[in-house]
Design a protein around this ligand. Sequence first.
Ligand code: ADP
Ligand code: MG
Ligand code: ZN
Length: 474
Amino acid sequence: MNYEMVIGLETHVELSTESKIFCSCGGHSAAKEPNDCVCPACSGMPGMLPVMNKKVVELAVTAGLMLNCEISRYTTFDKKNYYYPDLPCAYQITQFNHPICTNGCVTLKTSNGERDIHINRIHMEEDAGKLVHAGKASYIDNNRTSVPLIEVVTEPDFRNVEEVITYLNKLKTMLRSAGISECEEGAMRCDVNISVRPEGSTEFGIRSEIKNMASFEAIEKAIRYEVQRHMDAIEFETEELVQETRRYDDLSGKTFAMRNKETAADYRYFPDPNLMPIIIDDEWLKAIKAQMPVAIDEKSDAYREAGISDKEIDVLIHNHIASTLLDDVVALGCDAKNASGWILTDCAGILRKNGKLLNDLEVNAEDLAAIINMVVRGTINRMSGKKILSAVIEKGVDPVAYCKENALDAKVDTATIEKIMDTVLLENSKALEDYKNGKVQAKQAIFGACVRALKNTADIDIIRELLDKKLNNL
Ligand code: ADP
Ligand code: MG
Ligand code: ZN
């Protein structure tokens, strides 16, 4: 008999907020040492009350809009009761009765054409802490306790592994492009619900839920293992399938039963009396919509049309900071392709030199546009532009003032400087010969001669950079 797999996903994503969901402790990724982002509220001290983080609502709504959901104008929190040492209150604040988003849909491009995956709901909740096991003892790290999550729950619409992975990649790209989550390792975790049924059947089979999967690769392997287990159970009666929660062991490549499936009743959900219902009125919804990035598909198309390479587009749609800066600089009149190079090559290079990543970029669009425009107009050459950009990124200077103060708008361009340098090299052929023969000190003499020849016309760092290039190319 032929079988069909049926899969539904519950994906938990940690949100990139400055603070936790119900207190002012630093949010995800703020912590450096265990328990250094913890306060009486998020460590469950009696009498502490939760205070809603508005940003969480806005990010959850943004995710809902991107996934074509209906946004609930009235949304509430519930307590989900269970005991585990990483849950200091012995309940998790989550949404059960009135989740923030419902009834969405996302279209996937797969090798079998387009496929619609329906989103059942998105809800907001707090994460649990972490248990750290060391020998016979276990420690509790509450840094992650109360970090905001959204959980995106799909209908059981997936029919093969490719669809699952395509969906997860698309979700990740979307969330990153909107600054909802960086989705780095461990910040995106899936519960994978799997059942199998005879092809043509309209009823669903008994499902198992594989908990807490962080890697796409492992998800793929776990699905293949689990589907085979189900098929064997149905076809050869190797075991009796029950609805249960399982875990996947990456070493053996197998899944193991953890517990029978809890039902909602086991959790004694009830409305959290400490949190008021949240009302999302037209005005607020409009403001959130106005902040939304353009859909990633449209955005990539627009970038491609502007002549930006596929490689750069890939970086841009995954990097909210870079793409926002690009969009802003373009809005100020710069050419998209040119500006993209300034951001992804020049800014990134300067940051790298300082041991930083593109995500650490803090340049305002006006400053970058000012530099780009000076270069485009020929007021300065590209190298001076780069030098000003470095100063802006590293020291936060004003680009135009810095340019004036350092006489970077001198009238000579790189080609002229190089021509003058060539003459200097000819005049100093002895020093040049020494340098070629390994006498490093000779370089200083050549450099000095260049500086004298170019006095008041070119910047010293630029002279050094061009000379280095020349000498390296000898
Ligand atoms: P629970 O909250 O108990 O985990 P839900 O009804 O919310 O249960 O479903 C959780 C997930 O399981 C959803 O993503 C849904 O699509 C998926 N699911 C439900 N039934 C099946 C099934 N028979 N096979 C595969 N997935 C299923
Ligand atoms: Mg579940
Ligand atoms: Zn706290």
